[in-house]
Design a protein around this ligand. Structure first.
Ligand code: SF4
Length: 428
């Protein structure tokens, strides 16, 4: 554990990263700069990435003078601009603070990553964050392409006409999606993208962005796989894979409820052939009637995504077409009442999710729906843009750690984590 704050890190125009000799690393909660405690920092987890932020000079803290300093130029070259640095953490960790940079000159949108404050101390990088779930199934060491590629070739030979498998091949080998790689390793969570369309227009959608926005990070599936294509891949997975989960609703598609009939028919057929494994649906939860049909077909768990438990802030982010947050809540409640494992995928952002108004709204949602599990997902988005689009007030949150502690105290049965669960049938 750190006994003092780490040092500020900054970058030049080429992205070369340097450490400041005495200014300390701080962070932002929403738009407000905050000084973290040294113990808020953990070593940057393995598998994380670093980014430099062009045209965004960093802010450092001079502890002796008690002042913040904006580094507009490089300390060792006063005519060259100085840029901030951010970390994108490996999965399983909750980001507590955003990078402390000045966005006044930024004239572009940052691509869709979860930017986290970062500093340097004792020969390593440190981030204000904490681990929420450590699941060895998702460690990068489990996904070595040298072992993957022969499996991809072999499986594609076995199912030469399956378009879904061709799509997963690209996800596994070009986008390096771990879940898609599992489809070829024939283990754990198998992703099933099905829907080319959506009934929302999320600001941070990974598979669709307005032409004047940033690049989406995923290529959206362009066809609806047939029931036969889905079943011929998923039934062997359910039957033979270790801790199998078949999961509809992925980053490389629209909203799976738009093709609810295909999903329900596929699940019915899977469950006709085997009761083994977990069948899960990741969804925006917009259409409770369609969810009910899918539950009737044999769904085991559901994960409903939302950025906020407040109507206006939910709408500002999701920009839903013909549905409202009330429908999403209805879905969560319905799922729980129907006895399936019920999760939310809570898209968290320091200075928003940990504000008193949001916490109280979330508590109300938890109490009303009695959901089982919260996945805490750092929202992948340009922080400055999100703050502006959500019209957040200039106030800091109480802290992400305190948010989780408060929820744990108030809802002792609620589970917290990061990944979908394999349910053995006694757990349901
Ligand atoms: S609900 Fe999902 S697919 Fe639809 S716009 Fe939002 S993130 Fe994209």
């Amino acid at each position: 554990m750190l006994k003092e704050l780490p040092y500020l890190v900054y970058a030049d125009e080429e992205g070369q990263i340097y450490t400041h000799p005495y200014l300390k690393a701080v962070g932002k909660s929403g738009e407000q700069i905050v000084i973290p405690q040294p113990e808020d920092f953990i070593p940057l987890p393995d598998g994380s990435k670093l980014f430099f932020l062009p045209k965004c000079p960093p802010v450092g803290y001079d502890e002796k003078r008690g002042h913040f300093y904006l580094l507009e130029t490089l300390p060792f070259h006063k005519r060259k601009p100085c840029y901030g640095v951010a970390a994108f953490m490996a999965p399983g960790y909750v980001r507590c603070l955003l990078p402390a940079v000045d966005y006044a000159d930024k004239d572009y949108l940052l691509p869709l990553w979860a930017y986290t404050a970062v500093g340097w101390y004792d020969d390593r990088y440190w981030v204000p964050a904490f681990l929420i779930e450590d699941n060895p199934h998702w460690h990068p060491s489990q996904y070595d392409d040298r072992t993957l590629l022969p499996k991809v070739e072999e499986k594609c030979r076995r199912f030469p006409n399956n378009r879904l498998l061709q799509h997963l091949r690209i996800c596994a080998t070009e986008y390096h999606c771990f879940a898609a790689k599992n489809a070829f390793y024939e283990r754990w969570e198998f992703p099933v993208p099905t829907s080319p369309t959506c009934n929302a227009r999320c600001l941070g959608c990974l598979s669709w962005q307005e032409p004047d926005s940033c690049e989406p990070s995923h290529h959206r599936i362009e066809f609806v796989p047939t029931v036969e294509e889905i079943v011929e891949l998923t039934v062997p997975h359910l039957l033979y894979a270790e801790e199998p989960i078949v999961s509809f609703g992925q980053g490389c598609e629209g909203e799976p409820l738009m093709v609810g009939d295909t999903i329900a028919a596929s699940i019915k057929e899977m469950r006709r052939q085997t009761s083994r494994g977990t069948i899960n649906l990741n969804t925006n939860g917009s259409l409770p009637d369609v969810v009910e049909k899918i539950i009737d077909a044999g769904l085991d768990s559901i994960r409903v995504s939302l950025n906020s438990a407040r109507e206006d802030l939910y709408h500002r982010y999701y920009r839903p077409k013909n549905y409202a947050l009330a429908d999403v809540k209805k879905t969560i409640k319905l799922a729980k009442e129907r006895g399936i494992f019920t999760m939310i995928n809570y898209l968290i952002f320091p200075g928003f999710s940990d504000t008193r108004e949001e916490i109280e709204a979330l508590k109300q949602l938890i109490a009303e729906t009695k959901l089982d599990f919260i996945q805490l997902k750092n929202l992948n988005i340009d922080p400055y843009w999100y703050v502006r689009q959500m019209q957040l007030p200039y106030t800091a949150g109480i802290g992400m750690r305190r948010l989780v502690e408060e929820l744990k105290r108030e809802f002792p049965h609620l589970q917290f984590g990061y990944y979908n669960r394999y349910l053995d049938k006694n757990e349901k």
